[in-house]
Design a binder for this molecule. Structure first.
Ligand code: 3PG
Length: 529
């Protein structure tokens, strides 16, 4: 069997390939070469990128077997998460891989601005010895304003406090307690801009944050103030920044990110009071190794059909080992559920009964939906798009947990309503030391049948001779019955037979049997998961 294809579309740490291991065919492509990328995606199961490769709707559409997009870094501006989700493709990133590197580069920019290090270097390298031209300022006793006191903001705070600075921050999502713990004073944005000698911004790029530092904000700053942006291009309006720098509204700026990268003809590059680096925030050996190894692990999990803690478009997160065996079981129950349905389903309850209910079982809901929709839609169904498919079809979904389970240690049930037809339910459990997957209930009838590839479920009125009738029909059609079980309400009442058969049963045979026993329902179940 051929190995799954993992496409590496940008320069990544060699540790990435080591961490992927021998189970994949690793291919390389230049992700910025669009035609080459689209061609290479045609048989890729995973693609690994940094920020230069655009995985947009067109790229997703060019990748029919793609299961995971892995961003070896933090920012996902270059990945169309919505398109990926719709196509059932998991998107993962490495959310903490480069935060230390980003924090250190920020400190580097602040020091470069305070001491004119890049300009002084360039001058001396060109043969000059101009000491008085490069007199700087100390950080000691200055005020640093951090816009966005998240993980990177906190790391910068810790590092700068060693310089004896006062750190103030603006972040509407941070509590006063957290700020106090960091030794930071929380202030309004206006206050920060007025007071800070150095302002550094650490926000994601969203419609709200785009251009959040513009003419009005520069007008509030001190003429001696410096601004730094190593987060995302566009948070600082570049035209307004140019105006502020050329009119001496502020003293200088340090930039690692730009609206367009590379910034090509940006007039900012020519200004003497600007320090620029080419998006180097994550470009350290350590950050690249952490990012590469982290996404390699996620790709291994994702291609192994597992959920991934760092997936950004799948709910669930870390799965307890006790919950894990329930995933394939409930997926199969989902397939049984769909096989029992005779019209579109309008609601689905995924019920978890027993000790399992004490764990985080949200993954079982995703797995159940994946099973339910596998035979319903022609596209790939995954943990990623299964909830979306339910939503698009107007199916209401609930997860119900109940620690009580009288018969078995744990029972998983999928129960649902149909638009036209009776309610359906199917339950399963795992029994014995081998944790055998068993069906234990179908449409209210108790059974105990090991789950196999092919089953036939018949509901009819209990009366003598029925088994002989369907046995003869299947026998004549060459369908071997491997196991069977009958469950009935009461003698002469509604009965249900579950057969385990060795092969799929053609539709016309099913119809013969149905009329021969006058079944109220007769469904074939083929488990393909
Ligand atoms: C990130 O979002 O992780 C950083 O901006 C780094 O991007 P890069 O991997 O392209 O250097």
């Amino acid at each position: 069997m051929s190995k799954p294809v993992v496409l590496i579309a940008e320069e990544l740490s060699p540790a990435t390939v080591d961490a992927l291991g021998p189970d994949f065919e690793i291919r390389n492509v230049d992700g910025t070469d669009r035609p080459a990328l689209l061609a290479a995606l045609s048989d890729a199961h995973a693609v690994l990128v940094r920020s230069a490769t655009k995985i947009d709707a067109e790229a997703i559409a060019a990748a029919p077997v793609l299961k995971v997009v892995a961003r070896a870094g933090v920012g996902l501006d270059n990945v169309d998460i919505k398109a990926a989700t719709t196509a059932g493709v998991m998107v993962v990133n490495a959310p903490t891989s480069n935060i230390i590197s980003a924090a250190e580069l920020t400190v580097g920019h602040i020091l470069s601005l305070a001491r004119h290090i890049p300009a002084a270097h360039a001058s001396l390298a060109a043969g000059a010895w101009k000491r008085s031209s490069y007199t700087g300022v100390e950080l000691y006793e200055k005020t640093v304003g951090i816009i966005g006191l998240g993980r990177i903001g906190a790391l910068i705070t810790q590092r700068l406090q060693a310089f004896g600075v006062t750190v103030i921050a603006y972040d509407p999502y941070v509590t006063t307690a957290r700020a106090q713990q960091l030794g930071v004073e929380l202030v309004s944005l206006e206050d920060l801009l007025r007071r800070a000698d150095f302002t550094t911004i650490h926000m994601p790029r969203t419609p709200e944050t785009l251009g959040m530092i513009s003419d009005a904000q520069f007008a509030l700053m001190k003429p001696t103030a410096f601004v730094v942006n190593v987060a995302r291009g566009g948070l600082i309006d570049e035209d307004a920044l140019h105006r502020a720098l050329t009119s001496n509204t502020i003293a200088g700026a340090g930039l690692d990110v730009f609206v367009a990268e590379p910034p090509k003809d940006s007039p900012l590059l020519a200004l003497p009071n600007v320090v620029v680096t080419p998006h180097l925030g994550a470009s350290t050996d350590e950050a690249q190794e952490k990012a590469g190894v982290s996404v390699a692990k996620s790709v291994r999990l994702a291609l192994g059909g597992e959920l991934v803690p760092d997936a950004v478009n799948v709910a669930g997160g870390v799965i307890d080992p006790y919950v894990r065996p329930g995933i394939p079981l409930v997926e199969k129950l989902g397939q049984v559920f769909t096989a029992l349905a005779t019209s579109p389903v309008t609601s689905i309850d995924v019920e978890v009964h027993g000790e399992l209910a004490e764990y985080d079982v949200s993954v079982l809901k995703l797995a159940a939906l994946k099973g339910v929709f596998t035979d319903v839609v022609s596209d790939q169904v995954s943990y990623v798009n299964a909830p979306l498919i339910a939503e698009q079809r107007g199916v209401t979904v609930r997860l119900i947990t109940e620690t009580d389970s009288p018969e078995y240690r744990n029972v998983l049930t999928i129960r649902g309503a149909q638009s036209d037809g009776p309610a359906i339910s199917v339950s399963g459990t795992l029994t014995g030391p081998k944790q055998v997957e068993k069906l234990v209930e179908i449409n209210g009838h108790d059974v105990e049948v090991p789950l196999d590839r092919h089953h036939v479920v018949m509901e009819y009125t209990d009366r003598p001779g029925i088994v002989a009738v369907y046995g003869k029909e299947f026998g004549q059609a060459g369908i071997n019955i491997a196991a069977m079980q009958i469950s009935r309400e009461a003698a002469g009442g509604q009965a249900l037979s579950v057969l385990t058969v060795d092969s799929p049963v053609p539709a016309e045979i099913l119809e013969h049997v149905r009329s021969a026993i006058d079944a109220s329902s007769l469904r074939e179940i083929d488990i393909t998961l």
